[in-house]
Design a protein around this ligand. Structure first.
Ligand code: PKZ
Length: 157
């Protein structure tokens, strides 16, 4: 059963909860948590000093990783919402990244909490396109677009 305090990632089945960006069971990962805010999705993340690129600023790979997992989680949640289904219902909608595009608009400061806000641009068949902005102190520093695709049964084979 979904409650208002739940993050999407709380509902990932254990066998897909090891992702470096969003798996709640990966103690070395970012373990992001994403929720709905109206029709947008929100993740908040505070970078660590070791996420440095240029001193004082966040590494671009971190930003891309946050956009990636924020967006795939948003895609899954959007699919459940469209289907009118609870996120624990079966069978699960599992998404992987088909493409990830990131524009780095401004340097992203390291010493503040980042806010990622996602919008569902398109749902078509097994594909969900999500646009995600990264904000630092209310300023958009990066913008990404992810094509998330429902994981085929043959994934990995
Ligand atoms: C909430 C509780 C529930 C549980 C929720 C569990 C979630 C659990 C996830 C945990 C994990 C997290 C994940 C993190 C994010 C990674 O880091 S995932 C790892 C990185 N990604 C990968 O390894 C993916 C590797 N690629 C693949 O496996 C396959 O290429 C894909 C992406 C599944 C697509 O293959 P396919 O299923 O054969 O796709 P296909 O039928 O050809 O295309 C379907 C649609 O997608 C589009 N598409 C496919 N590839 C692309 C592309 N590269 N560019 C643009 N469009 C594309 C196609 O054009 C097509 O669109 P339409 O023609 O319908 O408009």
């Amino acid at each position: 059963m979904t409650t208002s305090d739940d993050a999407f990632q709380d509902h990932y089945p254990e066998n897909v909860a090891q992702c470096y960006g969003c798996g709640r069971l990966n103690e070395h990962g970012h373990r992001i948590r994403t929720c709905w805010d109206g029709d947008e999705t929100v993740t908040r993340f505070r970078p660590e000093p070791y996420h440095t690129s240029v001193p004082g600023f966040a590494y671009g790979g971190l930003i891309a990783s946050l956009i990636d997992c924020h967006s795939t989680g948003s895609a899954a949640a959007a699919m459940y919402r469209q289907a009118g289904r609870d996120m624990d219902s079966q069978p699960p909608f599992r998404f992987v990244t088909g493409s990830l595009h990131v524009d780095f608009l401004k340097p992203t400061p390291l010493e503040c909490e980042l806010e990622l806000r996602g919008q569902i641009k398109e749902i078509k068949g097994r594909k969900v396109v999500v646009t995600t902005s990264v904000l630092a102190d209310g300023v958009v520093t990066a913008r990404g677009e992810v094509v998330a695709v429902q994981m085929p049964d043959s994934f990995g084979s």
